[in-house]
Design a binder for this molecule. Sequence first.
Ligand SMILES: [Zn+2]
Length: 187
Amino acid sequence: MNEHGSATAAPLARLVEEFYKLPGIGPKSAQRLAYYLLRMPLSEAQALAEAILEMKERVTFCNVCQNVTETNPCRVCSDVMRDRTVICVVEEPLDVLAIERTGTFKGLHHVLHGAISPMDGIGPEDLKIAELLRRLDSGEVREVILATNPNLEGEATSMYLSRLISPLGVKVTRLARAIEGRQEMHN
Ligand SMILES: [Zn+2]
């Protein structure tokens, strides 16, 4: 097999192209990964391909809180023991995990899937904000806790949401985040 440029075997070139689409993967890394997989035993490559497909088939986003889930609505949203009057708003699914790990929060979650960041071209319409407002329609929710990250983007998102939600007669609290792993990142 010729390993140079356009003379590369088509399936290999195709895989390089697919890797190149991934975030943080440049052309060199894409090539390195593709060649690594080429030399990998078939069984390992199959396991990787199956893991990707199984994840895509079985994991989805909860219609209610937008967290990752295998059931829809998710386990937390379906739990009748949870306090439905409080919603804790976070940026990423991993934030939900961190909060659940503390075991002290009994309300519901809402995952925005990011934060407002004009520098990265991420505006409010790119986040799950409409979905959050829809949850407030029923009047059941009395408090929204804004637990976005304590950085510029997180603060901007929190302020934006606060301005949107406060006029609805819902109490808005900004959580001074002390969730493990975050604290040391922000001194
Ligand atoms: Zn949910």
